[in-house]
Ligand binder design. Structure first.
Ligand code: AHR
Length: 490
C-alpha cells in the first residue's frame, strides 16, 4: 500500500507564493498575440492586453511574471521599448525565428499587464549586449521617485509614480546565449553590474544572479565564492527533454516509454536542487540566498507546420504530471527554493495557456497550477511518501505535498503511473478532519489534452473516491495519471 504520512511538527516554513510564477519572453506568440494584441484589436482587451488571458491568470492567482527573456533579455535594449509605440525601433529577434520585433510591448506595457493580473514583475536586465549604464538607468527609470532626467522620461511616458520593481535579474544564461561567458568571467561582470543597480527608497531590489544550467555545480561554486554577499537569489534552469536536444520527442502521440522517460527526467530536478543547495550552503551558512528556478518545464519538438523558432507545443496529461511532481518538489524545498517560473506562460513550451486568434485554451498544466493555488504563502507540512516504484523501478509512483492556511490543510497528491490506478493511505497524525473535499484532474489517457475545438477535454472534476478511516486517516483511490487536491478542514 502506498502511504503519504503528514507530520505537522515538521515544517520548512512558508511556501512562497512565488514558486507558482511564470515566465514570458519575446518568443513566438507568447507576448504578441498571447498577452498583447494592441488596443485596436477586435480581440477583447484592456489597454491592449487580452482580457481572456488576464482573467485566466487572475483565477490561477499568478504571483510573479518574469520578462523579457530568456535569451531575448540579453539582446533587449529597454529604451527601444518606451515612448510612442509607432516610433519605436524595429529590431531583429535573432534568437527566436529572426522575426522583426517592433518593440510595441515594452516596459510600460509589461507593467500594465502585471497590474491587470495582480502579479509582481520580475525583470531580467541585459548583461550580454548591454552596458552597465543602460541597466542602471533602467532601474532608475522604474524605481526613482526623484526628478532626474531619466525619471522625468517616465513621467513624460505617462507614469509619474515609480513602478517599484523588486525582482531584478542580472543577465540570463550568460554561460550560453547571454554571452558565452565562463563562470570566472561572469562573476566579475555580475559584481560590477549589480553595483550600479541602486535601491531607490523605499524600494529594495532582490538581485538575482545568473546561475547554473542543470547540474553545473562549478558555476554555482564560482558564483557563491565570488559574489554570494551581493545577491539575494541565484537562478537555475532545468528543462525536461524526453529525448535529446536533436530529437526531443513529440508533445502528443508519444509512447509509454516516452511518458515514463519524461517523468523520470522531470524528477531529476530534485537531485539538481539538492546538489546546488549543497554548494550554496557551504558559503551561505545562514541561507540568505535563495535558489530561483526561473526556467523549468517540458521541451518537445515543435508542433508540425509551426515556425521552429517559436517553440509552440501541445500540452497533455503528461505535462500535468510533470507540473504536479515539480510543484510538489518545490513545496518540499520551500526553505531554500523561493521562486520558480515555468517556461513559458502562453503559446511557448510548457504553456499554461494556448491561444489562436480570439480563441483560448487552458492546458492541463494550467489546471494543476490552479488546483495547487492554496499552497501559495501557506505553512508547509512535511509529507513523507512511502510508495511503490514505476517506470522499471526508476520513478516513485506517488508524489505529494501539504500545507496549512486559514485553518484548512491542503494536500496535493498525484499518481504518476501512466497505466495503473493506485490506492494511497493518507496518514494525518494530529489533524482531525471534520470535513474533506477534493478535486481531481485526469484524462482518458496520458495523451489527453485540450485543443481549440475541444477546450474542456481535460478539466478538474469533483473528487469523491476517498474514504475516511478512523479519525486521522483517509484512503484514496487515484486513477492512472491523475492529480488530486484535498482540502481538509478541522
Ligand atoms: O525558454 C526558452 C529559452 O530557453 C530561453 O530563452 C533561454 O533562457 C533558455 O535556453
Amino acid at each position: 500500500m502506498n502511504r503519504v504520512v503528514l507530520d505537522k511538527q515538521n515544517s520548512l516554513g512558508t511556501i512562497s507564493k512565488n514558486l507558482y510564477g511564470n515566465f514570458s519572453e519575446h518568443l513566438g506568440r507568447c507576448v504578441y498575440q498571447g498577452i498583447f494584441v494592441g488596443k485596436d484589436s477586435p480581440i477583447p482587451n484592456v489597454n491592449g492586453m487580452r482580457t481572456d488571458v488576464v482573467e485566466a491568470l487572475k483565477k490561477m492567482k499568478l504571483p510573479v511574471l518574469r520578462w523579457p527573456g530568456g535569451c531575448f533579455a540579453d539582446e533587449y535594449h529597454w529604451q527601444d521599448g518606451i515612448g510612442p509605440q509607432k516610433s519605436r525601433k524595429r529590431m531583429v529577434n535573432t534568437n527566436w525565428g529572426g522575426v522583426v520585433e517592433d518593440n510595441s510591448f515594452g516596459t510600460h506595457e509589461f507593467m500594465e499587464f502585471c497590474r491587470q493580473v495582480g502579479c509582481e514583475p520580475y525583470i531580467n536586465g541585459n548583461v550580454g549586449s548591454g552596458t552597465v549604464r543602460e541597466m542602471a538607468e533602467w532601474v532608475e527609470y522604474l524605481n526613482s521617485a526623484g526628478d532626474s532626467t531619466v525619471a522625468q522620461q517616465r513621467w513624460a511616458n505617462g507614469h509619474k509614480e515609480p513602478f517599484g520593481v523588486k525582482f531584478w535579474g542580472v543577465g540570463n544564461e550568460n554561460w550560453g546565449c547571454g554571452g558565452n561567458m565562463r563562470a570566472e568571467y561572469y562573476v566579475h561582470e555580475y559584481r560590477r553590474y549589480q553595483t550600479f543597480c541602486k535601491n531607490y527608497a523605499p524600494y529594495k531590489l532582490f538581485r538575482i544572479a545568473c546561475g547554473p544550467s542543470e547540474g553545473d555545480t562549478h558555476w554555482t561554486e564560482v558564483m557563491m565564492q565570488g559574489a554570494w554577499r551581493d545577491m539575494e537569489g541565484l537562478s537555475m534552469h532545468y528543462y525536461t527533454v524526453p529525448g535529446d536536444w536533436g530529437h526531443k520527442g513529440k508533445a502528443i502521440d508519444f509512447t509509454k516509454e516516452e511518458y515514463d522517460t519524461t517523468l523520470v527526467k522531470a524528477a531529476r530536478i530534485e537531485e539538481l536542487i539538492k546538489a546546488h543547495l549543497a554548494v550554496m550552503d557551504r558559503f551561505d551558512k545562514e541561507h540568505r540566498v535563495g535558489l530561483i528556478v526561473d526556467e523549468w518545464g517540458t521541451w518537445y519538438d515543435v508542433e508540425e507546420g509551426t515556425n521552429p523558432g517559436f517553440l509552440y507545443q501541445q500540452n497533455t496529461m503528461r505535462d500535468a504530471m510533470v507540473a504536479a511532481l515539480t510543484l510538489n518538489i518545490f513545496n518540499n524545498h520551500c526553505d531554500r527554493v523561493v521562486m520558480a517560473n515555468i517556461a513559458q506562460m502562453v503559446n511557448v513550451l510548457q504553456a499554461v495557456i494556448l491561444t489562436e486568434g480570439d480563441k483560448m485554451v487552458l492546458t492541463p498544466t494550467y489546471h494543476v497550477f490552479e488546483m495547487y493555488k492554496e499552497h501559495q504563502d501557506a505553512w508547509q507540512i512535511a509529507a513523507d511518501v512511502l510508495c511503490e516504484k514505476t517506470a522499471d523501478g526508476k520513478l516513485s509512483r506517488i508524489t505529494a505535498s501539504a500545507s496549512e492556511k486559514d485553518g484548512a490543510v491542503t494536500v496535493t497528491v498525484a499518481n504518476l503511473d501512466g497505466e495503473n490506478d493506485a490506492d494511497v493511505r493518507l496518514e494525518m497524525d494530529g489533524i482531525q478532519a471534520s470535513a474533506i473535499s477534493g478535486r481531481i484532474l485526469h484524462g482518458n489517457s496520458t495523451n489527453a489534452h485540450n485543443d481549440f475545438d475541444h477546450p474542456d477535454t481535460v478539466a478538474p472534476a469533483v473528487y469523491t473516491d476517498f474514504a475516511q478511516e478512523g479519525e486521522d486517516c483517509v484512503k484514496l483511490h487515484l486513477p492512472a495519471c491523475s492529480v488530486a487536491v484535498l482540502t481538509i478542514k478541522a
